[in-house]
Design a protein around this ligand. Sequence first.
Ligand code: 5GP
Length: 175
Amino acid sequence: MEEVIKNLKVMYTEEQIQERIKELAKEIDNDYIGKELIIISVLKGAIFFTVDLVKRINIPMSIEMMQVSSYQGTQSTGNVILKRGLDIDISGKDVLIVEDIIDTGYTLQYLKEYLQTLNPNSLKIAVLADKKERRKIDVKIDYTGFEIENKFIVGYGFDIDQKYRNLPYIGYIEE
Ligand code: 5GP
């Protein structure tokens, strides 16, 4: 672990992250004028992004959590498992999924398909980071914080085996 952290470089500083989140919140406020939003935060990685984003959103909204698991070590797999579902009814509601990152797309495709079966009025997706070049399935993303290169990122919610999520910036591991 010590070795990994030694090779960690800053990709986005705390300030850069907050600035971008402010812009995203403004966009969301504009798109949902006169509406009420249910934000579904995908545990655990998206907690940090969700908290900072919702603090900047002014329209009426509530927060729910879901948890899926699809990732072992540093490789995505197509196997997505629902670990924690919703305990509210979202039918007829405007729903925004807030996720930390889209990589292959398997996780968000699974979540989107699952939530669509619950008949929301609308369903959109916000991600903090997008590794576009890694995509295996085409999933429409409505709000993107940063388009990033194919680097493994750590901090601000992004973990290595559950650790380092608490770093205040987004770092990447230099190979
Ligand atoms: P996907 O299903 O789109 O391939 O992967 C989504 C999940 O992979 C994310 O929720 C995240 O947990 C994990 N992931 C993908 N890229 C990274 C990365 O660079 N760093 C970390 N820590 N997790 C990642």
